[in-house]
Design a protein around this ligand. Structure first.
Ligand code: IYR
Length: 230
């Protein structure tokens, strides 16, 4: 038993300790599974039950967040009319983006993805989930509570979300039409929320392809600093 004194309720942290070789084995297996995930732009129209979205949001909702403020709302739709409206608005924004002559560097960076302003997947994918960031959260007394580290918190929640969908055999695209404020209105969200990421979700199309891309090697992704010495 701990002898710490608290001003709030605390409980023991009850995740059992694993032998390290079992921990490494599980980590390696988890990594290998995550390594198969790719962003998908060609979806099958096959339906996906709402429960899959619910499970993924439950997983996302376990994310650590600044001051445990959980500053996210996940808005999901499989409504063909709403998906069509989202597609139309997104394609209009994207047309502007792809024809903007002031953005040659950005366009060059995207070249190998072969993306363009056509966003058919916004209608083909059975689900669209838009994650909204709550910069502020309305309080019971009609005021507003400021939230901290909102984008860090939501970024982690979105990572858990797409990892869970991948684990269920479902594909996602991390999509950010630019700008995407049109989603606040279309999805009827309060002005305290800002759209953060739009995820089309579904099974990949049978003929789905992905660009050949390499992951950064561990030697570049990880720097280990060792103590100086002989
Ligand atoms: N929003 C555009 C452009 C785009 C931007 C980035 I950064 C990407 O990684 C991919 C696309 C689009 O969705 O086409």
């Amino acid at each position: 038993m701990s002898s710490r004194e608290h001003r709030h309720p605390f409980v023991p942290y009850a995740v059992p300790r694993l032998p390290i070789d079992e921990g490494l084995r599980r980590g390696e297996e988890f990594y290998q599974e995550l390594d198969r995930r790719r962003s998908v732009r060609w979806f099958s129209p096959d339906p996906v039950p709402q429960r899959a979205i619910e499970i993924a949001v439950q997983a996302a909702n376990t994310a650590p967040s600044g001051a445990h403020q959980q500053p996210w709302t996940f808005v999901a739709t499989s409504d063909p009319k709403l998906k069509r409206a989202v597609r139309a608005a997104a394609e209009e924004e994207e047309r502007r983006f792809y024809h903007d002559r002031e953005l040659p560097e950005w366009h060059a960076a995207l070249d190998r993805l072969e993306t363009d302003e056509h966003k058919e997947f916004l209608e083909t994918a059975p689900w669209l989930v838009v994650v909204f960031a709550q910069k502020h959260t309305p309080t019971a007394d009609g005021g507003l509570r400021k939230n901290y580290y909102v984008s860090e918190s939501i970024g982690i929640a979105c990572g858990l979300f797409l990892a869970t969908l991948h684990r269920m055999g479902l594909a996602t695209l991390t999509h950010t039409p630019n700008p995407m404020n049109f989603l606040t209105k279309l999805l009827d969200r309060p002005r305290t929320e800002r759209p953060y990421i739009l995820f089309p979700i579904g099974y990949p199309a049978d003929d789905c392809e992905v660009p050949v891309l390499e992951r950064k090697p561990l030697s570049e992704a990880l720097v280990v600093r060792r103590p100086a010495g002989p």
